[in-house]
Each structure stands twice: as structure tokens, then as C-alpha cells.
Design a protein around this ligand. Structure first.
Ligand code: MRU
Length: 344
């Protein structure tokens, strides 16, 4: 069974509740955009492309929830929903991309019923396109890996972080589908453990050979020749090639450089933010309890001060290539990223 992370079904949004994985595969159904906002904030759904599409589906619920009979009234209700959905998580640019795309479509509508139809149709189309885009990213990235390679990945940039197939794990899936025999090393990804709970779960589900390591074993596995390449996803990529991704990505990239191991980022064009500078990007800070415990088990003394950033920035000098649906950008990124967008 192919995993579908988020889906529009009978005027509602259906999602896998990722907080329950890997122990239970539970689907939740929402008909209120406020509940979608809570789902994004509490990581029921997470991963940049998945929250982009979830935001769009949240807007689709908002057009159904609005009782307004005027264009102005409906657009104002949508603006309110957009604000609530936008404020859930600050780092992944895909969320604002999803919300803006829907808002643009809504503004073009001439009647209330036209807006209702076009918004829902656009959100559904964005979900379908996500899977096609990931397949193209996968195909482009598969060329970078050889038969018998072991590929490291960090966090979860898989089917569960997108609508389906995945970005970094899409590259891994496509490499395997191209007939190459590959193995994967997945980092645990503390504190929320997207690596052990989600990446290990979905690769095992697809019968892809995966070994789990604690984050602290990245250096050991690379120094001992156990890794041939790294591929990770991204939450935001700047024009300069600076990549914002799950906390710990910078450490993995630095260690890869130290051992001359190629480090790739796989992401759709909707993850690029061509306007911001590195210092403009807000790094989400999450609650201390994610660090002071594992699940319900307390693992730190009461009252301890905690620093818990959810993302970090990897500078372009550590990145061997950025794999997109339009091809692979190589350094210098200012030029190669511009070319990717021109090819659009
Ligand atoms: O906090 P999360 O789980 O939403 O963080 C997810 C990541 O950092 C992923 O690597 C990123 O969104 C890329 S997903 C294709």
C-alpha cells in the first residue's frame, strides 16, 4: 500500500496522524480549518511540502465553512483563515507558498460559488502535482548514486513529509527503482525522532534496506567508510544556496565535508525563497519538554534550561548539489538556482 499523507475526501481533509507512528497507523479527518492549523502546529502533519498542501486544504475547508454570500465577505474569511494557518510554523516556506497560491486563485473568482469551486480544485491539483514533482526529483537524483551505495539521510523527507513518494526518500526510492542495489542509514533525529519514527517506518514499509543510527554516530559511520553519499530534504532554500532543514543537518553536512562524502539536498521549487537573506529566516523554537523527555519518560532534571531550535542552516559551501524537478543545481548556486527557475 502506497502511503498518502494528506488527502481531500468528501469535503474533508484526511491525514495520517504522524504523532502516533510507528506504533499505530491512524487517519484523522478534519472539516474545520482551525483543526488543520492545530494539526500543523502539533506535528500531526509535518514536513515542508506536506504542510504546504495541508495549508491549501485548510483554505479549501475555509471556503466551505464561510457563510458569506458576498465576494468581499468570502475573501475576508479566507484572509482570516490564511493568517491562522500561516502562524502555525514559521520556517518552511512551502506553507506560505500553499496559502498564497490559494489566495491568488480566490482573488480571481468573479462569484462566491466560482471561488468555492476553484479553490477546492486548486488545492486538489496541488496535492497531485506534489507527487509528480517528487517523482521528477527522484529521477533526477537517482543518477547521482551507484550500485551498492549506502546513502545517509536525516529527519524524514519521505512520503510522510509530502503528499506521497518524498523528496530525499523519493531520490532513494527512484535509485532503487532504477535497478541499483542501495542501503540507507537513517539518523534518529532527536528530539522528535522523525528518523526513527517515520523514515525507518516508511522505508521498512517499502522493503528498502535501512539501518537506524543515533545522531551521535554520524561521525563514526562516515569515518569508518560506511556512507557513500547523503541526501536530505529542505524547509527553505535561499537564492545563495543556504539551506534550512531539520536541526542537525548542518552537523551531518559538516561531517560529510570532513570525509569527502557528497552531500545533496532534494527539494521542489516551492521550497525556494528567492527574496530572504539568511538573517531574515525565523528558526522555530519548540517546547523544552521535547528535549527533557522521550515520549512520556522524563530524561532530564526538573527546571533545566533548554535550547530547542527545530531547524538549522547549512551554508552552500557544504552542499554538493540541490536536486529539484527542473534539474540539479551545482555551485555557484546564485547562477545555477536562477537557471532552474528560468527553465520553469
Ligand atoms: O519539524 P518537521 O518534521 O516538519 O521537519 C521536517 C524537515 O526538516 C524535513 O527534512 C523537511 O521538511 C523536508 S521534507 C520533504
Amino acid at each position: 500500500m502506497e502511503l498518502r499523507t494528506v488527502e481531500w475526501k468528501n469535503d474533508s481533509v484526511v491525514m495520517i496522524d504522524q504523532t502516533k507512528l510507528p506504533n499505530e497507523l491512524v487517519f484523522v479527518k478534519y472539516t474545520d480549518f482551525n483543526d488543520v492549523a492545530t494539526a500543523i502546529r502539533t506535528l500531526v502533519v509535518r514536513g515542508a511540502p506536506a504542510i504546504g498542501v495541508s495549508g491549501a486544504f485548510g483554505m479549501a475547508l475555509a471556503v466551505l465553512q464561510s457563510s458569506s454570500e458576498t465576494l468581499e465577505g468570502l475573501l475576508s474569511d479566507l484572509k482570516n483563515a490564511k493568517k491562522i494557518l500561516f502562524e502555525t510554523r514559521p520556517t518552511a516556506v512551502n506553507l506560505s507558498w500553499g496559502l498564497e497560491t490559494i489566495m491568488k486563485v480566490a482573488k480571481q473568482g468573479k462569484t462566491v460559488s466560482e471561488i468555492r469551486n476553484t479553490v477546492i480544485a486548486k488545492a486538489k491539483q496541488m496535492a497531485e502535482e506534489d507527487i509528480n514533482t517528487n517523482k521528477k526529483i527522484g529521477k533526477n537524483g537517482a543518477e547521482l548514486f551507484q550500485d551498492d551505495d549506502t546513502i545517509m539521510t536525516h529527519c524524514n523527507a519521505g512520503a510522510l513529509a509530502t503528499v506521497g513518494y518524498g523528496t530525499a526518500l523519493g531520490v532513494i526510492r527512484a535509485t532503487k527503482e532504477s535497478g541499483k542495489n542501495i542501503k540507507v542509514i537513517a539518523t534518529e533525529t532527536r528530539p522528535v525522532q522523525q528518523g526513527s519514527r517515520l523514515t525507518a517506518f516508511e522505508l521498512k514499509h517499502d522493503n528498502i534496506d535501512v539501518s537506524l543510527i543515533p545522531d551521535t554516530a554520524v561521525g563514526y559511520t562516515m569515518a569508518n567508510g560506511l556512507v557513500n553519499g547523503v541526501v536530505v530534504g529542505a524547509d527553505r532554500i535561499l537564492q545563495t544556496g543556504h539551506v534550512f532543514n531539520k536541526i542537525g543537518t548542518y552537523q551531518v553536512a559538516t561531517m560529510a565535508k570532513q570525509h569527502n562524502i557528497p552531500f545533496y539536498v532534494a527539494a521542489p521549487l516551492s521550497t525556494f525563497d528567492l527574496e530572504s537573506r539568511p538573517e531574515d529566516v525565523i528558526i522555530e523554537q519548540r517546547k523544552p519538554s521535547e528535549v527533557t523527555g522521550i515520549g512520556d519518560k522524563k530524561t532530564a532534571p526538573d527546571g533545566i534550561d533548554v535550547i530547542n531550535p527545530a531547524f538549522d542552516m547549512t551554508p552552500p559551501g557544504l552542499i554538493s548539489g540541490i536536486i529539484t524537478e527542473n534539474g540539479i543545481a551545482k555551485p555557484p548556486y546564485e547562477d545555477s538556482i536562477k537557471k532552474l527557475f528560468k527553465a520553469n
